[in-house]
Design a protein around this ligand. Structure first.
Ligand code: GUN
Length: 283
């Protein structure tokens, strides 16, 4: 069996098409959606991600402003910029690119961004709404993109057994909540570094979402034939290329597999665009 390789890039582009219509409707009301991206330091991967986000803004008709800060910027320095952006009514979305400079508390940054402009979906109000089943908040982009890919494939989610590998604030935890929420209705297990026999858990799963950040960890013999495998990982491989969390041979067993690159990455950016448009619509 050979897995369907899920084309995240194509799905992201089709979502952007729908966003351009919403942007046009906003423009008729005199509103231009505006995303501010703050980047502190010179992490090369972060610069690539931010550039990709700016390009997506251009495709969607979203205005983007980039604020570059030196790598020695303190938490206070970042909070000052965030406060200005919170007060600027022309800005609808604020994103502070991770990783922040060493020693800077990212939770403090997430809490300082106005929850209405929190297009990353990391503010406690937005994460709290997710737990409460209140759909009015902004949702984290990577899990939203994953859910969109699962729904688009037509794979049944209600009652499906899903295993989420990793419990990060940004991906694993919100992903598990979104899969389990009413209306999606998957049965979810979160596996992490202390989990016993992760491979056996995965073998029972209809859906495996790998978000651990260790290249090629999920092996073909972990996967139930026909399962939907989502690869959120993106690391630098020994040969200098990009590697996901999932071993490429999983494609011989799975029913669907999201590739790296070209899977979850473009969908994450599309969801960021969607959150920015939503924030502008409700401003
Ligand atoms: N760094 C890597 N992914 C992300 C993301 O989704 N949001 C932010 N702010 N930083 C990131």
């Amino acid at each position: 069996m050979s897995a369907v390789i899920v084309d995240g890039k194509a799905l992201a582009l089709s979502l952007e098409k729908g966003l351009r219509k919403r942007v046009a409707a906003l423009e008729e009301r005199g509103v231009v959606p505006h995303l501010a991206v703050v980047i502190a330091g010179d992490d090369p991967a972060s610069h690539v991600y931010v550039r990709n986000k700016q390009r997506a803004c251009e495709r969607c008709g979203i205005l983007s402003t980039r604020i570059d800060l030196p790598s020695r910027t303190t938490l206070e320095g970042i909070l000052e910029v965030v406060a200005e952006l919170n007060d600027d009514s022309s800005v609808h979305g604020i994103l502070v690119q991770s990783p922040a400079p060493e020693g800077v508390d990212e939770l403090a940054i997430a809490s300082a961004i106005s929850s209405k402009k929190d297009v990353d979906g990391f503010h406690p109000n937005n994460l709290g709404k997710l737990v409460q089943g209140d759909a009015s908040g902004l949702l984290p982009c990577t899990p939203s993109g994953v859910l969109m890919m699962l729904e688009d494939s037509g794979t049944g989610l209600s009652g499906a057994k899903a295993v989420v590998l990793g419990r990060s604030r940004i991906v694993g935890m919100p992903m598990a909540l979104m899969l389990a929420q009413r209306g999606v209705d998957a049965t979810v297990t979160i596996a992490h570094s202390r989990t016993e026999d992760t491979a056996a858990l995965c073998r029972e799963a209809d859906i495996v979402v790998a978000a651990i950040g260790r290249p090629h960890t999920v092996k073909a013999d972990w996967i139930k034939p026909g399962a939907f495998v989502v690869d959120v990982g993106i690391s630098r491989a020994d040969d200098g290329g990009l590697a996901g969390d999932v071993d490429p041979r999983v494609s011989e067993v799975a029913g669907w597999l999201t590739p790296v690159p070209g899977g979850v990455g473009p969908m994450t950016i599309a969801m960021l665009m969607a959150n920015t448009v939503s924030a502008a619509e409700s401003a």
